[in-house]
Design a protein around this ligand. Sequence first.
Ligand code: ADP
Length: 263
Amino acid sequence: MFNEFTKKVNTKNYINLNLSITVLLLFIIFAQNKYMSIEVKNITKTYGEQKALDNVSFSVNKGEIVGFLGPNGAGKSTLMKILTTYLTSDEGSASVNGFDVSSAQKSVQQSVGYLPEHNPLYLDLYVREYLEFSADVHKTDKSRIEEVITLTGLTPECHKKIGELSKGYRQRVGLATALLHNPDVLILDEPTTGLDPNQLVEIRELIKNIGKDKTVFLSTHIMQEVEAICDRIIIINKGQIVEDALIADLGKNLEKVFREKTK
Ligand code: ADP
């Protein structure tokens, strides 16, 4: 009788425990999905007298490839630097992968791969040597070096010093560096500036390919590029967001939209 009772209690406990674990797992999955990849709320940034960002808000869903457009001086690089924790904003908040850029900088840096506008590279180092150096600096496992070399198509050039590479291959080194820690989000500041038409197509293909399993937020001045790579555009002008739309919904020439919104 007592044994029968103990058995029943144990079975009940076992079912309850299983139920709790299932609920906990569902909660974790829900909590992870609930976060936008990028969330920007009322960000303002001023350099001295110059207001670079004026109450900027938008969000980017997981897996989206978003083109961030705007004339020179509109505030694109400033916002990207805030999202990658290189700069702090004066007002507002932002998060990447659910991590706040001001209170969880380390987690943000682990979530983001950043290709800055003037991709700084050590020209005297060999490609693999530079990637090893970058892995050391970012305390990243070196086991991914070969993978990113293959992924970015660097294999035929990786015996060269960076200073001997064409601009297109230097951009690949920058992308490989950004991808070393396998981040969920890529922030690319004008990744194709200065490339010749062939390099341009190759880097676009590469970004599109990488974007299959990552969120990509990239700035560019090239409208064909946006049409070729992006799902959505966000246009900024004089520090303010003036357009945020899916390319499929725009229904008109992107160049025209850009000119209308930034005149
Ligand atoms: P974009 O990337 O769209 O060209 P930026 O974010 O670089 O624009 O610049 C936005 C504005 O902020 C511009 O007017 C620029 O001159 C100014 N700015 C950017 N960086 C600095 C800085 N370090 N000091 C002062 N002004 C700056």
